[in-house]
Design a protein around this ligand. Structure first.
Ligand code: AMP
Ligand code: MG
Length: 538
């Protein structure tokens, strides 16, 4: 997108050229009325966003707007606010909601679709990347089922902040351009306990090359509609996987293999930074390997592989931190079933799924080696890694702080006393005073084993620290930080949203002025709703 610099009066938005491939190449729902229904033989339905009473810009992403050819003035314009709350459409926009299905909590849920997301169209960014723009929370669509098509400010702040934080952390993700309050209230029963409350409504403009999910393919397969399935698969490969060539059994298999690889990369990154998706259903699994649908997600504070942030998942813990790699494979199995009609070779698909385990394990082991500043994972390191997993759970240990400060321990420290050796790590423990002598000895012995391994590697402490700090973030979007930003935003003050955006722009750098945002979760946030427990109500 080229933006003319001739005057500041031309809004960059007016230069956008839409190239709506999704609409042009895929079958549309012939019905254009906005009422809830099963939509057959179509990938999307045309629908117009609902009008908001009094939009207020809360925040926008400088990086995303720049990529889209917009400057700060454009983002503060009335046009920007009206367009990205859904009140006005630019020339070339063709608002529509996508049809998809999905497996939720392990069960086939039938048609889901964009119940509160409305896609506006596609533009090409400064980098040459295709970007699809989508409003989340802009009113009902044919896919709204029993809900209202709206989003509340608290969930919108979380989606907006986390999308951009993940991007800066180097995790594949959908992005966010803007966060705008609507001026209209939304009724939500946050904990499903019969106490509905009125909350401020908001709209986030999400941005991604595509919002297609595994459930986008499952729906056509479940309905026995192989024709639409094939049209959608061919479009996907041609547009987003062009290197795989023309449609054929082989290109479909190659495509599936690449989806598995991208999904593995994404999950490895989640495990690296301590992100828990919370509702990793097939309708929330991107076909491009992007983190998508930020709902009841959470960040691991104290390292606990069994932790799930989602209150709806509290009993089964299906989507707990440590289960994410297995859930990814389960989701990919559903995808294999969905595309089977086009391939008709169960064994070939099964082989790729089995390979996912090796592919994931290799990437995961390399990631674990990276986090410890080691060049590679050696089979003999398994005990060291497993033991780390154990000692991090002896007492509540902040995962982010532990890895970050492990980089400060030097090889020559190994002859120190336990207390001296552990002193740089004490900041990572939630109750350092309650640590027993035996636990301290256990942890110190692990550190000594680790330092022995580092010594074998022959890397200097300084180099190791640089390597470790490039993969172990100093700052993550801790749940309580988002909640503090939400509390202020609900009073009309977006300052903390913007400050957190600023911090999360450089999550691997020391930023002394923002040291407090690197601190472990304060005690008041331990069991507070929004900080450790999130509901799906959004
Ligand atoms: P999620 O759990 O957010 O991934 O949503 C699952 C399905 O419910 C998707 O089809 C969503 O579009 C839909 N959905 C979630 N919240 C709402 C809402 N407030 N109004 C309409 N549809 C919704
Ligand atoms: Mg979803």
């Amino acid at each position: 997108m080229t933006q003319t610099n001739e005057s500041n009066t031309t809004n960059g938005l007016l230069n956008w050229q839409f190239d709506n491939q999704f609409i042009q190449r895929l079958p549309a729902d012939a019905e254009t009325g906005n009422f809830r229904r099963q939509v057959l033989g179509a990938c999307f339905s045309y629908v117009t966003p609902r009008k908001a009473t009094s939009p207020t810009l809360m925040a926008y992403s400088a990086e995303m707007s720049e990529e889209l050819g917009l400057n700060d003035e454009d983002c503060h314009s009335d046009l920007f606010k009206q367009v990205f709350v859904g009140n006005q459409q630019l020339e070339g926009m063709q608002p529509h909601a996508q049809c998809y299905g999905g497996h939720q909590f392990g069960n086939w849920a039938g048609q889901l679709g964009d119940g509160r997301a409305i896609n506006l169209g596609e533009v090409i960014g400064e980098s040459g990347q295709r970007w699809s723009l989508q409003l989340k929370g802009s009113g009902e669509t044919p896919y709204s089922r029993t809900a209202d098509g709206l989003a509340v400010l608290r969930s919108s702040v979380r989606e907006f902040l986390c999308s951009e934080a993940m991007y800066h952390l180097g995790v594949p993700t959908t992005r966010a351009l803007s966060l705008i309050t609507t001026g209209d209230d939304v009724i939500r029963d946050m904990f499903y306990d019969g106490r509905p409350q009125s909350e401020p409504g908001a709209v986030v403009c999400r941005v991604a090359p595509s919002f297609l999910r595994l459930g986008s393919y499952e729906i056509f397969s479940a309905r026995g509609d192989s024709e639409t399935l094939k049209t959608l698969v061919d479009y996907t490969i041609d547009t987003f996987y062009p290197h795989l060539g023309a449609p054929s059994k082989q290109s479909y298999l190659d495509w599936f293999r690449e989806i598995c690889e991208r999904t593995a990369d994404m999950v490895v990154d989640w495990m690296r930074v301590g992100f828990v998706h919370g509702v990793f259903n097939t309708d929330n699994t991107s076909v491009l390997g992007l983190t998508i649908d930020y709902g009841p997600y959470g960040w691991i504070d104290d390292y606990d592989p069994n932790w799930t942030p989602n209150t709806t998942d509290a009993t089964g813990k299906r989507y707990r931190f440590g289960a994410q790699p297995q859930i990814a494979q389960w989701n990919l199995l559903q995808m294999a079933n969905a595309i089977y009609p086009l391939i008709d070779d169960a064994e070939a698909l099964r082989n790729i799924l089995n390979d996912y385990v090796t592919v994931y394990t290799d990437k995961w082991q390399q990631m674990r080696a990276d986090k410890l500043g080691l060049a590679e994972f050696k089979p003999a390191d398994e005990a060291l890694h497993q033991d780390l997993n154990r000692v991090m759970q002896l007492t509540e240990t902040d995962m982010t702080l532990f890895y970050r400060h492990l980089a400060d321990v030097n090889v020559t420290d190994k002859n120190k006393t336990d207390d001296e050796l552990l002193s740089p790590l004490m900041v990572a423990f939630y109750s350092p005073d309650a640590l027993s002598q035996a636990d301290k000895k256990d942890i110190a012995n692990w550190v000594r084993d680790y330092l022995k391994r580092v010594e074998e590697e022959g890397i200097s402490d300084e180099k190791r620290k640089t390597k470790m700090n490039a993969v172990n973030p100093k700052y993550v979007l801790r749940n309580y930080l988002s909640q503090l930003a939400i509390d202020k935003a609900e009073q009309g003050d977006p300052s903390l949203i913007n400050e957190l955006m600023e911090v999360m722009r450089r999550p691997y750098d020391e930023q002394p002025q923002y040291e407090s945002y690197a601190a472990k979760r304060p005690d008041w946030a331990r069991n507070k709703p929004g900080c450790s427990m999130l509901s799906c109500s959004s």
